[in-house]
Design a binder for this molecule. Structure first.
Ligand SMILES: [Zn+2]
Ligand SMILES: [Zn+2]
Length: 241
């Protein structure tokens, strides 16, 4: 027997009112309607400021000269065409990503995906969203692939196709490594799954949570281009800059 929608909604309202949830940032009580969408109140959400200033046309690093491309991108060519990030990896954003990845606050996927999907407005309808694959050990430890969920929600909101078509082999954690060591650590560890065949000729949006040196995005983009992707745009929630 299925419960009629109106009754289910009424029960949910009573439960939500009896057990109020609080904004992860300011601690304020969330409105029952709002807490289903995000764990952040509208005021805190509006206060998170997007990346600003002049940025490199390729990797989004802040620019210090009059050139459109940063010094790093002038000497090193990334395999992706462009990287777009939403926020700087600090303050409230850093805290929320921590809640999302390490404290099981899965609803934040919708919160961040909302911002990411806005970047996809106007993209070709055949474009495909692909998540950067997590290390198998990370997925086992946390019970879910945080980046995959984020990318899936983002594709859903943008009305684009989603495919988790990259696999990642074992490797040491990259957190403390520099670009060159990361590249060596990643070499041959990102591999295409059969689903990557559908990428031929398409524009791909490669989603990740944080952009640090660009080594992971570069390795994934190499594989995606080899699979026939016409373009690869990297889309991340935050970047270290
Ligand atoms: Zn708040
Ligand atoms: Zn650059």
């Amino acid at each position: 027997m299925t419960v009629p929608k109106a009754i289910a909604a009424a029960v949910r309202l009573v439960v939500d009112s009896a057990f109020p949830e609080h904004c992860l940032l300011c601690g304020g009580v969330l409105e029952p309607g709002h807490m289903r969408v995000a764990s952040v109140c509208p005021d805190c959400s509006a206060a998170i400021s997007p990346l600003s200033g002049r940025r490199c046309a390729v990797c989004s690093l802040p620019l210090v000269s009059e050139e459109d491309i940063c010094t790093r991108c002038r000497v090193r060519r990334f395999a992706f065409d462009r990287h777009v990030s939403l926020f700087e990896y600090r303050g409230d954003v850093r805290e929320l990503l921590y809640y999302y990845k390490f404290k099981g606050r899965e609803r934040l996927a919708i919160f961040f995906a909302g911002f990411l999907a806005r970047e996809l407005e106007g993209s070709a309808p055949e474009s495909v969203v692909v998540p950067v694959p997590s290390r198998p050990r990370t997925v086992r430890a946390r019970g879910c692939a945080a980046v995959e969920l984020l990318a899936r929600r983002c594709a859903g909101l943008a009305g684009l196709a989603f495919t988790a078509c990259l696999a990642r082999g074992k490797g040491v954690s990259q957190k403390t490594l520099d670009y060159e060591t990361r590249l060596a650590n990643l070499a041959g560890r990102i591999a295409p799954l059969p689903a990557a065949a559908r990428l031929a000729g398409e524009n791909v949006y490669l989603v990740d949570d944080i952009f640090t040196t660009g080594a992971t995005a570069h390795e994934c983009a190499l594989v995606l281009k080899k699979a026939g992707a016409a373009s690869v745009t990297v889309l991340t929630v935050a970047m270290e800059a």
